[in-house]
Design a protein around this ligand. Structure first.
Ligand SMILES: [Zn+2]
Length: 392
């Protein structure tokens, strides 16, 4: 594979690992050598590494990595992605996004917080754990994808299928997404809202505006349908979730003429939904209101992920205790924010998310405090010390 040019670094040093990762320009779906960096760090520790390349017609091939230390259960997994979003306008950056420079106690670069920094913290925690105490009581594994920021077709989902086909089980998982809004120790994500996008097309019959009886204008129906589905909130929230939310994202007719009744009108909407709903119940909810207006319409949709919740229990407590011991702060349990690959992992084992501070993710001059990298390594180390006694 592409391990030829991996620079040497100390796997126990999270800053060195993060720098090596950031210097790989792994904008989705490119690997840029990032997984080679991880293999170079993990294999000497005894991890058995599997490079998994998946491709599907119409999508770019993606490299992924599954690495496991130990053969016994329970198998504790750390999951994440080495791919990053593009740097965007380079002139907006004050520092080369792939140089991994350190200034004023901060490490700069695309992926510093989302989420090469967290992966580096996990590698360093695992390396220190192995060097201090030898093999773990169970197994430690890493599931790293190169396709999280993209379409997420050839990434975590396919790795999980591959694991299942091999009879390989995961018993608990921490995803290293940047979950803390302001300071390390703020927040653990214990679930996520679901996301569904729906495309509504309302049909009529084109005609001259002066002869409306010879046409059928779909736009008044479209307007009434949109009013019907936005008239009242979907729900009032649940104990661990904020209220579900429906947003109209565009309304399109594309009619350049002032004297033509258009044949159709379209609208697109996105629903972020809590654990009271599934995509099927939401579609039924939408159709009930659309049918109430009547007329001919089409409703297409795609689901980015269903909502899920890992109820407070051993895994959430393990991570919260570790974060509190290191930072002095008790993290809040939250289900806010966008989707992540935890939406796939939740079908296999309990999963929570905890990583760096997210303030600069996907922005220019993305950076993490070196102190946060060090403390996140300590938190993951604390998790590794306790996980095999608390998860079984
Ligand atoms: Zn991310």
């Amino acid at each position: 594979m592409s391990t030829a040019a991996v620079p040497s670094f100390d796997p126990c040093d999270p800053v060195a690992v993060a720098q090596a990762l950031i210097r790989c320009p792994s904008v989705t779906p490119e690997d840029g050598g990032a997984l080679g960096v991880l293999e170079a760090a993990l294999a000497p520790l005894g991890f058995v590494c599997h490079r998994l390349r998946f491709e599907e017609e119409g999508t770019a091939p993606v490299d992924n990595l599954y690495a496991r230390l130990g053969t016994e259960g329970p198998n504790f997994c750390f999951a994440g992605h080495t791919d990053v979003v593009p740097p965007g306008e380079l002139k907006g950056w004050s520092i080369d996004p792939f140089a991994a420079e350190i200034h004023n106690g901060r490490l700069y670069g695309r992926g510093a917080v989302d989420m090469k920094g967290a992966i580096a913290a996990f590698v360093a925690a695992a390396a220190r754990h192995v060097k201090a105490g030898g093999a773990p009581k169970g197994s430690i594994s890493l599931l790293i994808t190169g396709d999280e920021e993209g379409v997420a077709i050839n990434g975590t989902r396919k790795v999980l299928d591959w694991l299942q086909a091999k009879g390989e089980t995961l018993d608990a998982c921490v995803v290293g997404e940047p979950t803390n809004p302001k300071a390390l120790g703020d927040m653990i994500k214990i679930g996520r809202r679901g996301s569904m996008t729906a495309f509504l097309t309302v049909h009529g019959a084109q005609g001259h505006v002066a002869y409306p009886h010879l046409a059928d204008n779909p736009l008044p129906r479209l307007a009434r349908m949109l009013a019907a589905i936005t008239a009242e909130p979907l729900d009032a929230g649940t104990p661990h979730f904020q209220p579900s939310n429906l947003e109209l994202t565009t309304i399109d007719v594309g009619n350049p003429a002032h004297n033509v009744i258009p044949a159709q009108g379209k609208a697109t909407l996105n629903i972020r939904f809590n654990d009271l709903h599934t995509a099927d119940t939401l579609l039924a909810w939408l159709r009930e209101r659309l049918d109430g207006v009547g007329g001919s319409y089409d409703l297409d949709h795609f689901v980015s992920g269903d909502s899920f919740l890992t109820p407070p229990g051993p895994l959430t407590g393990l991570v919260a205790d570790a974060a509190e011991r290191v930072t002095g702060r008790r993290p809040e349990y939250s289900t806010t924010g966008g989707t992540s690959d935890a939406r796939f992992i939740k079908n296999f084992c309990p999963v929570v998310e905890f990583g760096l501070v997210g303030q600069t993710m996907h922005k220019v001059d993305e950076h993490t405090a070196l102190d946060d990298l060090t403390r996140l390594t300590d938190i993951y180390g604390e998790v590794l010390r306790n996980v095999f006694d608390r998860i079984g």
